[in-house]
Design a protein around this ligand. Structure first.
Ligand code: RB5
Length: 150
């Protein structure tokens, strides 16, 4: 039987994020999520937009409801993901950011810098991201405007 979309988390990285991606994918599986791993899986130099766009497409197509992205800094891969109207990717460095990006921004993708953040902090951020609800209310109007830039 296909996995419930809500339990499927897409994950992708460039060569700057392979170790952290592997750690976080294992963490997700251990927590009972289905992980849609979109690569990269080797140390060869690759282009982060390709992986951000693959993850954005997976979310847009309903194959996953949330995503995790990792590049060296987290900057390039989050910029790339945010070029898609369906994606609200937050580059996060601590658990407070992980909580705020859910409560206020309804972020559906969390991004990390694999060369910037410690593994335990990243795990803490991911757990917070997955277990924090959007507050709605006044934030709803602002989040709606993100999908309709004028
Ligand atoms: C790759 O060397 C590096 O530029 C990339 O992982 C990322 O940090 C870009 O924003």
């Amino acid at each position: 039987m296909p996995a419930e979309p809500s339990r499927t988390i897409a994950i992708a990285c460039d060569h700057g994020g392979i170790d952290l991606k592997a750690t976080l994918a294992a963490e997700l599986e251990g927590d009972g999520y289905d992980v849609l791993d979109l690569g990269t899986n080797g140390s060869d130099s690759v282009d982060y937009p390709d992986f951000a766009y693959a993850l954005a497409s997976a979310i847009k197509d309903g194959k996953a409801t949330r995503g995790v992205l990792v590049c060296g800094s987290g900057i390039g891969i989050s910029i790339a993901a945010n070029r898609h109207a369906e994606i609200r990717a937050a580059l996060v460095h601590d658990a407070l950011g992980a909580r705020m990006c859910r409560e206020h921004n309804d972020a559906n993708v969390i991004a990390f810098g694999g060369r910037m953040i410690g593994v335990e902090t990243a795990r803490d951020c991911l757990n917070t991201f997955l277990n924090t609800e959007f507050e709605g209310g006044r934030h709803e109007r602002r989040v709606d405007k993100l999908s309709n830039p004028k």
